[in-house]
Ligand binder design. Sequence first.
Ligand code: NDP
Length: 310
Amino acid sequence: METTKCLIIGSGPAGYTAAIYASRADLKPIVYQGMEPGGQLTTTTEIDNFPGYPEGVEGPKMMEDLQKQAGRFGADIRWGMVSEVDTAQRPFLVKIDDGTELLAETVIIATGATAKYLGLESEQKFKGGGVSACATCDGFFYKGKDVAVVGGGDTAAEEATYLANLCRKVYLIHRRDQLRASKAMQNKVLNTTNIEVLWNHEVKEIVGVEQGFTKALDGAVLVNNKTGEEKKIDIDGFFLAIGHKPNTTLFFGKLDMDETGYLITKPDSTATNIPGIFAAGDVQDKHYRQAITAAGTGAMAAIEAERFLG
Ligand code: NDP
């Protein structure tokens, strides 16, 4: 069976940076890219806060660069999903979804996080047919139309301003009377004339018509949580921006996690509770969730894997 000194699961900034460091340390890492090669940044447009790109860079381009850089030092980057890691034995027995198995002396988990949904039945019904969790992927379909974004953080503010450039009107639905987003993003939202913030509103239902496989959203029913008053807004697109959940189902019952599923790493380290298994990026970071911090912990994980192997 194939054995690797270092298996990296995930291909966002954390996974690829771990791959750059691990390959330069001659660990000959194997990277499994997972369901979304390049990770969440492949669904963003301009990234202006990653050092080294004075003019900004498109998300997919940055991920392509990181992949190339990891490949340049010999990282073995593969398509496919890891379906199981046996953490009870070392080397760890790893199963891939195509049926392949391999042994890994160390594992770096960089599986990232996925957008959260509100949990409404109607939201699932119109997913991909009016409901989306990625404005930069799907905004184009709503050119000149009215849309809504739900959430009050930086993602919601960014998505709302992005959509405001394309759409006629953007409602920003927020459950409180204050945005969580950074001051700069708040100012951007509040100074964009075609964004209307609906403060203290929650989404009760998403409404539309379904005909066979065709779905068309035509509105959302909102409740004002201060007055109890209900109202319907007419929209063609509904965008979720209420945060993310870590992709850790593979490790339920195997690695220590917090109550929301974020992997717990030792202080000042990427080490999990199992020696030889490290976690980097959004899968273990609920505070910063930046490309640069993910890349930083990716580098830490590779250095720690190298030291672990001795
Ligand atoms: P956040 O967790 O910061 O914000 C989530 C927002 O969604 C909050 O306003 C929250 O409301 C609201 N929310 C959560 N659950 C629900 C629900 N069930 N119903 C209604 N509203 C809900 O997530 P983000 O994705 O916005 O940001 C994550 C991190 O990434 C942050 O650290 C952010 O700064 C960073 N980020 C940075 C960017 C940049 O620097 N360019 C761009 C995007 C993100 P409430 O406020 O009431 O809790």
